[in-house]
Write a protein of this length. Sequence first.
Length: 151
Amino acid sequence: MEEQIRRTVSGIRMTYVCFWLVPIIFIIYGECGGSLVGLYVEDTRMAYYAETLSILITAVCVPVSLKLFAWVLVKKINKAGIADALRLYTTWSLIRLVLLALPVWIGGATYYLTLSSTGALCAAIALTASLFCLPGEERLRRELHIDKDME
C-alpha cells in the first residue's frame, strides 16, 4: 500500500509540475516576440470577446475546480476502498488541474493576442488558485484518512 501511495503522489506531483511548465513556456514564447503576439491589438471587438471569455472562464472554472474536488472527496472517494480511492484521487486531481488550466491558457492567449492585461490577471488568478492544490503525501493521507501505521 505504501508503494501505491508513493506512486500516486509522484504522478500527481508530475502533473502539477507540467501544469506550471506549460504557462512558463508560453510566457517565454510570448516575451521573446512570438509570431502571434499583438495579432488582435487593434481589433477592439476581438479584444472585447477575448476579455469577456477570459473573465467568464475564470469566474466559472476556479470555484468549480476547488469545490468540485472537495465535494467528490466527501461523496465518492472517502467511501471507496483504498485502491479505488487512490485511483479516484488521481483522476479528480487531474480534472481539477485541467479546470484550472483552462483560464490560464485562455487568459494567456488573451494577453498575448490582444496585449490586454485582463487576460494576464485571469491567468494569474487561476495560477494562484492552483497553489491551494499543492500535492503531497501528507495531504493525500489526511484527505483520504490514511494513517501511516496502517499497511
